[in-house]
Ligand binder design. Structure first.
Ligand SMILES: [Zn+2]
Ligand SMILES: [Zn+2]
Length: 172
């Protein structure tokens, strides 16, 4: 685990007077597992990881710790389907995902509206607030569209339909 992430969490717990040792230990264990995820994770994935490492952590503690980590500015919560549900109300929801804020700041998210795959794109131009009346603390930007696979599939299907209607016409 990164030393600065660890320090940041310690400071936060001290400032908020979390003195109970057992509680603190469990939270650091959870944070350590979180730091090992290469990408986003949801509650289910985190629970599985802790189970595999033989750490018994209740759902309530897990959920509570995630919220504490958000408050501490260590992780961010992503609701990737927010922009999908608005336009495609019948699509299945994507579970709430989390990731280290430090990681989230390095990329934007491209979300496919069909397969709901999420791609992280780095080295995007940095968006700056115009003027001096706003200071950005972090970015959580999602672009919604089609991944190549879905776009090719949709094009193939459209082509198939055209071909089919042409054969039907020539049969007549
Ligand atoms: Zn991400
Ligand atoms: Zn897709």
């Amino acid at each position: 685990m990164d030393k600065d992430i660890q320090d940041r969490f310690s400071t936060y717990l001290e400032e908020n007077r979390v003195k109970e040792r057992r509680k603190t230990e469990v939270r650091f264990t959870i944070l350590k597992e979180i730091c090992d995820f290469p990408k986003h994770f949801d509650l289910e994935m985190l629970q599985d990881k802790l189970d595999a490492a033989k750490y018994r952590v209740s759902r309530a503690t897990l959920y509570n710790t995630l919220n504490v980590l958000i408050d501490a500015g260590i992780i961010v919560r992503h609701q990737f389907d927010a922009g999908i549900i608005a336009h495609y109300p019948h699509q299945k929801p994507i579970p709430i995902q989390y990731e280290l804020r430090k990681k989230a700041e390095t990329h934007y998210h491209f979300v496919c509206t069909r397969c709901r795959g999420i791609r992280e794109v780095k080295n995007m131009p940095h968006i700056q607030a115009p003027g001096s009346n706003f200071t950005a603390e972090y970015a959580s930007l999602c672009l919604y569209g089609l991944c190549n696979r879905c776009r090719n599939r949709i094009q193939r299907e459209a082509q198939k339909n055209i071909n089919q209607s042409q054969t039907n016409k020539s049969k007549k």
